[in-house]
Write a protein that binds this ligand. Structure first.
Ligand code: ZN
Ligand code: ZN
Length: 114
């Protein structure tokens, strides 16, 4: 996997820890090369942990896990369907509730209930 910023290919270090850092951008696991880590804002585009604000996140099995504090974000958060600006997320459509109410009352009248 190449560096997501500059596209340079990862070269495996002979031994020891890789200087490359992992991160999550828009729910995708990415790698950042050591050169790009020199820039001060290299974590700006990365997702940050909701708990400790660390950018040291990895994505696995559909979950995003913080490597610093261990917080795991469940995949549901990213599975919410994207809605258009004219259909904001929120409570169920009130028109449906009103309709159900009227149908119920009509049925009551029909069946002679009060
Ligand atoms: Zn890079
Ligand atoms: Zn964390």
């Amino acid at each position: 996997m190449p560096c997501y910023r500059c596209g340079v290919r990862q070269t495996d270090p002979e031994r020891g820890k890789s200087p490359w850092r992992r991160g999550v951008v828009r729910d995708r696991l990415v790698l950042i090369c050591p050169a790009c880590q020199e820039s001060t804002d290299w974590t700006a585009e990365l997702e940050h942990c909701a708990q400790c604000r660390s950018a040291h996140l990895i994505r696995r099995l559909g979950q995003v896990e913080c490597l610093d504090c261990g917080l795991v974000r469940e995949p549901e958060a990213s599975l919410v369907p994207v809605r258009g600006p004219d259909s904001p997320a929120g409570d169920p459509d009130p028109a449906d509730a009103t309709l159900a109410d009227e149908v119920g009352r009509a049925l009551d009248r029909l069946l002679g209930r009060h």
